[in-house]
Design a protein around this ligand. Structure first.
Ligand SMILES: Nc1ncnc2c1ncn2[C@@H]1O[C@H](COP(=O)(O)OP(=O)(O)O)[C@@H](O)[C@H]1O
Ligand SMILES: [Mg+2]
Length: 404
């Protein structure tokens, strides 16, 4: 084995790449070694034979060398087996060379994972370009599994037809139930500005608020967000509204930036949007978001609900969910048909009026879904449906009923 580390072309950032050159044919190997040795920042190790034990080789080579260059002609089958083993490890940048330009063979080696292929007589510029590519691929940290698979978090937005109809109650309890039922990272964001009350509802005392983020969209990143977020004992993360009147209202840029960063981090982002139809142009209402339109049975609320649905949400399918809060079957001003007609479609959820449960929440600062009640059962059902947990169960149920 010989080594050389001098040359006149430099690998970026003075990285030392270790290169193993495996060539039983000395003449061909020397030609390749000469081309490689012209590049600075490399350490070249020449091997005059293929290692005898194929099983140990990939591990040994992958550990020791970033780049392995293999002679395809000396023992073609063994060379191919070598390449396959080596490329399976994924971490080595494998190149191969041959005296004949047999494209079929070259393709076969490329399919096995060879990244660069040279024919003799060697084009030195080609070799140098290939090694530059190897160096930059080595410098680029491999993506971790979570980076590759990380999907954008799902967005659920609660919007009310008017103040007091229950947006905060439903958004906070839904978020809490979602975090618990799905066991996934969940953020509840209070956009019910100027003075949202999500934190009060959940009994959270915080130092920071969403205002900091909305006022400085350019500064919003995962580290700032993590500083502003408070953790509820259930595991739910909460980005509360300010407790004092903020200087300015939330703007579209601030909201969009915050949503992007939040959805990159969390599996689920739940927003208490209050009655903020002024944010209709923001990403809060983009097609992928599920909008929960919260209303009540009452002449003015029903009229507003109708206007909002027709104006903003007519094109939405399943991702507009209508929630009728404080629902009472007994003294309904409207009957079921009238409600459906006014809403232009049936409502998905009806949350019963439960004065006692609401009072208990106010007095103990313990969220409704933490205690069993008709309201909490309905909200848990909403959360399970949103997390896709119910589809599994109902299909199983369908299977058993089919058997029966
Ligand atoms: N289904 C319900 N039954 C009884 N009281 C409710 C119900 N939903 C909400 N409330 C109460 O109504 C009040 C206003 O609700 P809130 O969620 O703050 O409305 P919003 O955020 O839309 O202004 C709160 O005191 C809350 O406890
Ligand atoms: Mg509110």
């Amino acid at each position: 084995m010989t080594s050389s580390a001098t040359g006149d072309k430099a690998i970026p950032d003075e990285t030392i790449l270790s290169v193993a050159l495996l060539g039983p044919d000395e003449q061909r190997r020397k030609v390749v070694a000469f081309a490689v040795s012209k590049i600075a920042g490399l350490k070249l190790y020449e091997f005059s034979s293929f290692p005898p034990r194929l099983e140990d080789l990939p591990r040994m080579l992958a550990h020791a060398y970033e780049v392995v260059i293999i002679d395809m002609d000396s023992d073609p089958d063994y060379a191919f087996a070598l390449v396959e083993n080596l490329c399976a490890s994924g971490s080595t940048y494998v190149m191969a060379y041959s005296a004949d330009a047999d494209m079929k063979r070259a393709v076969k080696f490329m399919r096995a994972g060879v990244r660069e292929f040279f024919t003799l007589p060697l084009d030195e510029a080609e070799v140098s370009a290939a090694l530059m590519r190897a160096a930059s691929s080595h410098l680029e940290p491999p993506k971790t599994e979570s980076q590759q698979d990380k999907k954008t978090g799902k967005l659920f937005v609660f919007l009310g037809t008017k103040g007091g109809c229950g947006v905060t109650t439903l958004a906070s309890n839904f978020a809490l139930a979602l975090a618990q039922e799905s066991d996934s990272s969940t953020l509840l964001m209070d956009l019910g500005l100027p003075l949202g009350d999500v934190a009060i509802n959940l009994g959270i005392v915080t130092e920071y608020s969403i205002a900091t983020a909305l006022e400085n969209p350019n500064r919003v990143d995962s580290s700032l967000l993590s500083k502003l977020v408070a953790k509820h004992s259930s595991g739910l993360s909460v980005l509360p509204a300010p407790t004092i009147l903020p200087e300015s209202q939330a703007n579209k840029e601030g909201v969009d930036k915050l949503l992007k960063v939040a959805r990159d981090i969390y599996d689920y982002v739940v927003v208490d949007a209050g009655s903020r139809i002024d944010l209709m142009d923001s990403n809060l209402f983009e097609d992928s978001a599920t909008i929960y339109l919260v209303t009540q049975v009452g002449i003015s609320e029903m009229r507003t609900a109708n206007r909002m649905i027709v104006k903003y949400f007519a094109q939405r399918g399943e991702n507009l969910q209508i929630v009728i809060n404080r629902y009472k079957t007994s003294d309904a001003v409207f009957d079921e048909n009238q409600i459906t007609k006014t809403l232009t479609r049936p409502s998905q959820w009806k949350i019963p009026d439960d004065y006692a449960a609401a009072r208990r929440t106010r007095e103990t600062a313990s969220p409704m879904v933490m205690t069993d009640s008709e309201i909490s059962r309905e909200i848990r059902l909403m959360a399970k449906t949103a997390a896709g947990l119910l589809a599994e169960k109902s299909s199983k149920r369908g299977f058993f009923s089919f058997l029966r």
